[in-house]
Ligand binder design. Structure first.
Ligand code: GLP
Length: 242
């Protein structure tokens, strides 16, 4: 694995966006796995800038998002559908039908998971999966557990994950209890993984994730098994790596 620590957020954002832009420039029909949360926002801003300068086109790209809340309307300000439009899709030339996000309002969530898996299979392989990490070591919404699921599935969110995401909702009661997420098998099948971590509050978990024993109770430890993992850390998140 390649770990890079950056002095400031601007450099980290430019490096992250540069990796994605470089891939799409070399491989215009790349398949990108995308993440939500606070962590990738600055990278998406840099991608939008690069696109507006004419440096990169997403016309032939296909994207797959990691996850979506269950029961949050698609146009709700905190749905991941809205997030992706707001931070990326509305500002680039990615065709709407090339963007895949699980539907957390499907009549049958089980059927929706199977449909999402079929779409992923049709795309063959994600070329680059952008990832963040939760404070409890979750990736996507694959929460710590005694076992993990390989493909897309419904997950019950842990109390700590609901609390962490409560900052985006009016109150904790409004935070969804369930989500749909790509499984760890799908994430690990990606050709390359770009893991981005920011903040002193993530220093301990990212250190344990990348150096500790591999265990499903800390899902991000599975990333240690990936042959092409690139990790971008800000100085605060990287302080335990010497
Ligand atoms: C969210 C997402 C994850 C994300 C993580 C960290 O709930 N489901 O994909 O990586 O939690 O979020 P943040 O970047 O806001 O800290």
């Amino acid at each position: 694995m390649n770990i890079h620590t950056f002095k400031n957020e601007k450099e980290l954002n430019e490096a992250g966006a540069g990796i994605i832009t470089g891939l799409v420039q070399m491989q215009p029909s790349a398949v990108l796995g995308l993440a939500t949360g606070g962590t990738p926002v600055g990278i998406y801003e840099e991608l939008v800038k690069a696109h507006k300068k004419g440096h990169v086109s997403f016309k032939k790209v296909t994207t797959f998002n990691l996850d979506e809340y269950v029961g949050v309307p698609e146009n709700h300000p905190e749905s991941y559908h809205t997030y992706m439009k707001q931070h990326l899709f509305d500002h680039i030339d990615l065709p709407a039908d090339h963007a895949n996000i699980p539907d957390g309002n499907a009549a049958s969530l089980e059927e929706e998971c199977l449909r999402y898996n079929r779409e992923l299979e049709k795309a063959k392989q994600i070329d680059l999966q952008l990832l963040g990490i939760g404070h409890n070591g979750h990736i996507g919404f694959n929460e710590p557990d005694h076992s993990l699921v390989s493909g897309t599935h419904v997950v019950k969110l842990k109390p700590e994950t609901r609390s962490a995401n409560a900052r985006y909702f009016a109150s904790i009661d409004e935070v969804p209890t369930h989500a749909l997420t790509m499984g760890v098998g799908t994430i690990l099948k990606a050709k390359s993984i770009l893991l981005v971590v920011r903040g002193a509050d993530k220093a301990d978990i990212i250190h344990r994730a990348l150096t500790g024993p591999i265990q499903t109770e800390l899902p991000a430890t599975l990333l240690q098994t990936h042959p092409n993992l690139v990790v971008l850390l800000d100085a605060d998140a990287g302080r335990l790596f010497v």
